[in-house]
Ligand binder design. Structure first.
Ligand SMILES: Nc1nc2c(ncn2[C@@H]2O[C@H](COP(=O)(O)OP(=O)(O)OP(=O)(O)O)[C@@H](O)[C@H]2O)c(=O)[nH]1
Ligand SMILES: [Mg+2]
Length: 300
């Protein structure tokens, strides 16, 4: 590839839980590279989403929502990956929910204070604000609270103003050769992506605290019968008492989760998927580095 005049850089997307970071990376890449749910703490792993525009390649890093509670090893790991992403990044998108700026946002702002020149504040969910004047007022508050190179209001869900955001990003990417092939959209392998689709469906089907003690591990992807693709996955829970809830009365919850996951996997794999799910208990996995490692978390 001719690299003269090309640009390439890492762009970390950071913000408190649930502000819409994963929704944004998916909207920018144009495919689902990171799962989304209405529950906080959905993203657990830093995940790349890559876009190419003319001679520019932007490598977005989706990160877990930064949170205060770091009691479990899992949460310490998630917080560490945010710090790592910020350190690795050429540019940082600091994402806010336009509805309100909180102490958690301010805490993150302090972490980024010395990176103001390469921080872009992204004010998300403007579709939920009634009037345009409210968006302008929120932008003013954001610009007074967080020093940054640019402030961009968007709706990640509706795709509003994303082109303006991409322009701001591309203008600030450093010169250099592309780091990834032009056809690559994410760094995650198929097994990981399948597990995440299943976890997403579980997150939307389950209530209360169960999602935080839930992990999905894909054991096998291969040729099934009748031209089907067979996928076997384990759903790990932290407590025996959660098993009945995840399975549901007469298996209804698990069946609905399996159906929703299978429909999405049919599209993702472009194949007819036969999905088998097993529910198992591994006590205390989220607070054990050894168990986290077994489940594929990177313990550095
Ligand atoms: N109305 C509206 N909802 C949005 C927008 N962007 C994201 N959401 C919703 O906000 C919720 C959280 O979205 P995510 O993308 O999972 O948020 P996140 O910041 O990645 O969350 P964590 O991974 O838990 O840190 C989901 O229900 C999204 O559909 C938006 O622009 N407008
Ligand atoms: Mg996320």
């Amino acid at each position: 590839m001719e690299n003269t005049g090309s640009k390439c850089g890492y762009v970390a997307i950071v913000g408190r839980p649930n502000v819409g970071k994963s929704t944004l990376i998916n909207a920018l890449v144009g495919e689902k590279v990171s799962i989304v749910s209405h529950k906080a703490h959905t993203t657990r792993h830093r995940t790349l989403g890559i876009i190419n525009r003319d001679a520019c390649q932007a490598v977005f890093i989706d990160t877990p929502g930064l949170q205060r509670d770091k009691k479990r090893a899992l949460h310490r790991l998630m917080a560490r990956s945010v710090g790592q992403a910020i350190a690795d990044a050429d540019l940082v998108l600091m994402m806010l929910d336009a509805a309100r700026i909180t102490d958690e946002d301010r805490r993150l702002g302090r972490m980024l204070a010395d990176r103001a020149d390469d921080t872009i504040v992204v004010l998300n969910k403007i579709d939920l604000l009634g009037r345009r004047t409210v968006a302008l007022e929120r932008l003013k508050v954001a610009s007074e609270t967080f020093p940054a190179a640019a402030y961009v209001p968007i709706s990640a869900r509706k795709g509003d103003n994303l082109a303006a955001l991409v322009d701001e990003i591309v203008a600030r990417l450093p010169s250099g050769p592309w780091l990834y092939p032009s056809t690559m959209t994410t760094d995650k392998d198929l097994g990981f992506r399948i597990a995440e689709v299943i976890r997403e469906k579980l997150l939307s089907a389950l209530h209360e605290e169960i999602p935080y003690g839930l992990a999905v591990e894909v054991e096998h992807v291969g040729q099934g019968s009748d031209d089907q693709t067979a996928v076997h996955a384990l759903i790990w829970l932290e407590r025996d008492s959660h098993k009945a809830i995840v399975i549901g009365k007469q298996g209804r919850v698990l069946k609905a989760v399996g159906r929703a996951a299978r429909l999405e996997l049919n599209d993702m794999l472009d194949a007819r998927v036969h999905l088998e799910l097993w529910v198992k208990v591994r006590q205390g996995w989220s607070n054990s580095e050894r168990e986290l490692k077994k489940l594929g978390f990177e313990i550095s």
